[in-house]
Design a protein around this ligand. Structure first.
Ligand SMILES: NC(=O)c1ccc[n+]([C@@H]2O[C@H](COP(=O)([O-])OP(=O)(O)OC[C@H]3O[C@@H](n4cnc5c(N)ncnc54)[C@H](OP(=O)(O)O)[C@@H]3O)[C@@H](O)[C@H]2O)c1
Length: 291
């Protein structure tokens, strides 16, 4: 019998990593190896080297990251180490052992001041320090691996971990009214859809290196996103639209960070779900107690 295709997932307790755990039963012909920062911290190059020497993989999906966007403005060294330096370590090990690598990046590599959906070839200019560390991570991955797939994604949410959807549900249950920024535009990404898209690329055998953009279909503001969440949970909470100036945060956020999704759809034949449909699925799971 031939050996099953094996897939190493790093950062497997995060939002995206957990979605691969949820998919494991749907892909019985694949062997998933889930690692967390407790048993494989990607900031330690020697540990990665040992791990790769002792275990064999066909694919690595790097879900490990430092994602505290505002904190990254003050915890600069830590953010850079995890998002940039460590991504390079992983890429080096993957290259050495012939492991195909999926690395995840962000819309924050762009300034977010445009009006047209961002293509993969558009000029990068990170909006904040987190975005800068993720861009440096992209560069190191490209430097050390000759054929990585880098997927930039945006506004990630899931039933697991902390995210906008769960914060909104909590606030809507606690308060009579809330203010949500209405002058920043983007598209949410249901982590389950992104995980499935990656598994589709792997299982279709169409692995084609390059940078790709992925989010759900649509273009909305955070305010519209919150309104839809309110409607989905039938909350009486009043949602007011506020401006970026009304909601000061440490790290700047893009006014416009919608992706052009043509490349990933055309290259792999991926069908991307509309954001409303995916939000409904996620809220259904949250209401069933998945967290
Ligand atoms: N969340 C978003 O809105 C968003 C938007 C755009 C792009 N992205 C990108 O999408 C990817 C997945 O994001 P996500 O939302 O799933 O992130 P997440 O929920 O924060 O998960 C990241 C995971 O990495 C772990 N980790 C941290 N340091 C590590 C280390 N040294 N070694 C191994 N694991 C480590 C974290 O553990 P601890 O939590 O215990 O530190 C966490 O479990 C990331 O590359 C992120 O940059 C996310």
């Amino acid at each position: 019998m031939s050996k099953p295709v094996s897939i190493l997932i790093t950062g497997a307790n995060g939002q995206l990593g957990t979605e691969f755990r949820m998919l494991e039963n749907k892909f019985p012909h694949y062997q998933f190896i889930f690692t967390t920062k407790e048993n494989l911290s990607i900031i330690h190059e020697a540990d990665i080297a040992t791990y790769f020497l002792e275990n064999k993989f066909d694919f690595c999906i790097n879900c490990a990251a430092y994602t505290a966007v505002d904190k990254a403005e003050t915890e600069k060294e830590k953010a850079y180490l995890i998002n940039a330096t460590a991504a390079g370590y992983l890429a080096k090990a993957c290259e050495k052992y012939g492991v195909k690598l999926f690395h995840i990046s962000t819309d924050y590599v762009f300034k977010g001041a445009g009006k047209e959906p961002y293509k993969e070839t558009d000029l990068v200019d990170p909006i904040n320090y987190y975005g800068y560390t993720k861009l440096e991570g992209e560069k190191l991955v490209l430097q050390f691996h000759h054929e990585p797939i880098i997927i930039r994604t945006s506004w990630v949410y899931s039933p697991y971990g902390n995210n906008f959807v769960k914060t909104m549900i909590r606030l809507m249950q606690q308060r009579e009214s809330i203010g949500v920024v209405g002058d920043q535009w983007g598209a949410p990404t249901y982590a389950a859809d992104l995980a499935l898209a990656i598994m589709y690329i792997i299982s279709s055998g169409k692995y084609k290196p390059g940078i790709y953009h992925y989010s759900n279909l649509g273009k909305i503001s955070w305010f519209e996103f919150a309104q839809k969440i309110k409607a989905s949970i039938s909350s009486p909470c009043i949602v007011n639209s506020i401006t970026t100036k009304d909601y000061p945060v440490l790290a700047s956020r893009p006014h416009f960070s919608v992706f052009n999704l043509n490349k990933i759809q055309e290259t792999f034949g991926i069908q991307i779900p509309e954001w409303q449909i995916s939000l409904k699925q996620c809220i259904h799971l949250i209401q069933q107690g998945h967290t």
